[in-house]
Design a protein around this ligand. Structure first.
Ligand SMILES: [Zn+2]
Length: 324
């Protein structure tokens, strides 16, 4: 905690809290302490932060500051009829077919306007510092300066399932109580507000978040499918390019040049009754647009068909097997 604040508000004759900046210096301010009701003096010097002090000199009024901060918070919320709710964390997660994880986790912060505000309102066995209503929906607002909401109260709030927030003013520094506007800025800052219970989350929002997750994953799956199609397309194009190369004269010439040392010839030559370059009439026939089809010179594959299948009556072969 930083520098302690000194009593920045006092009760005026109309029983309304006024800020030190709104009253004249000294005894004539006409204010009393909201806690002990004793007269206050407005101390507006040049050195110390401006503040109220008890006229009788007893600054032993323990509860004075605390009840004043509470009163000030209630008064300004009642006046402004709104609050900025912090984001609410809801966690839901799921995985897609490739194991990528998705999670959705919050309802964003937003400012809501109240239709009504009541202070010190009893409901469900608790006394709420403030009970605001948005339409028919209640929102309990608790002010925390020295005492947080205790476990018992929290339990009752959860059991009744009413929405409730706690505004944490425990870190108030002198600059935050310079005037009402600074005080409001501090109080209405969602970083100083926490959810105690969010009644709406329990029903609709969890389901809605599930739905959004599912939709997001479905969209990703569509993208995956599209990617797969693209990959297949690319592979097909690659294969077509390869075949186009196979069909080229330079490739066919290469096969011809390397024919004698091709492993297929080495392996299958034992099945034919002739040597290389002593091919019978029916071997070495030109096959337009097909010489290259088995990945070896046509004299080899034609010899294989002739020797292996026709003479020896085998029924299958593979150049790939030989090459591998
Ligand atoms: Zn007092």
């Amino acid at each position: 905690m930083g520098i302690k604040i000194k009593l920045p508000f006092g009760l005026d004759k109309n029983n309304t809290l006024v800020h030190i900046s709104d009253v004249e210096n000294g005894k004539n301010c006409g204010c009393v302490c909201p806690s002990c009701q004793s007269p206050l003096i407005a101390a507006k010097g040049n050195i110390k932060q401006h503040h109220f002090r008890h006229d009788d000199g007893r600054d032993a009024c323990e509860g004075g500051l605390e009840s004043t901060v509470h009163l000030a918070a209630k008064q300004i919320i009642s006046e402004r009829q709104k609050i900025t709710l912090p984001e609410y964390v809801v966690f839901s997660s799921s995985k897609d077919s490739r194991g990528k994880r998705y999670s959705k986790c919050f309802i964003p912060s937003k400012t809501i306007d109240f239709d009504s505000v009541e202070e010190e309102k009893d409901l469900h066995g608790i006394r709420a510092d403030i009970l605001a209503k948005i339409g028919n929906r209640p929102l309990v607002i608790e002010i925390f300066y020295r005492h947080k909401v205790d476990a018992q109260k929290l339990d009752k709030i959860e059991k009744a399932d009413i929405s409730a927030i706690e505004i944490d003013l425990s870190g108030l520094a002198p600059k935050d109580v310079e005037d009402w506007e600074h005080f409001w800025s501090y109080l209405n800052n969602p970083q100083h507000i926490q959810w105690l219970n969010n009644a709406r989350v329990n029903d609709n929002i969890s389901k809605q978040i599930e739905k959004e997750l599912t939709r997001e994953i479905q969209e990703q799956e569509k993208k995956y499918k599209q990617e797969d199609i693209e990959i297949e397309k690319a592979a097909l194009l690659e294969a077509i390019k390869e075949i186009q190369f196979f069909k080229k004269k330079e490739h066919i010439d290469l096969l011809k040049k390397e024919a004698l040392s091709h492993p297929a010839w080495e392996y299958f030559s034992k099945y034919v009754p002739y040597k290389w370059d002593e091919f019978p009439e029916l071997i070495n026939k030109e096959v337009p647009n097909g010489d290259w089809i088995f990945g070896c010179d046509r004299r080899i594959w034609q010899s294989i068909i002739y020797g292996y299948f026709i003479l020896h009556k085998n029924n299958k072969f593979s150049i790939g097997l030989i090459n591998g």
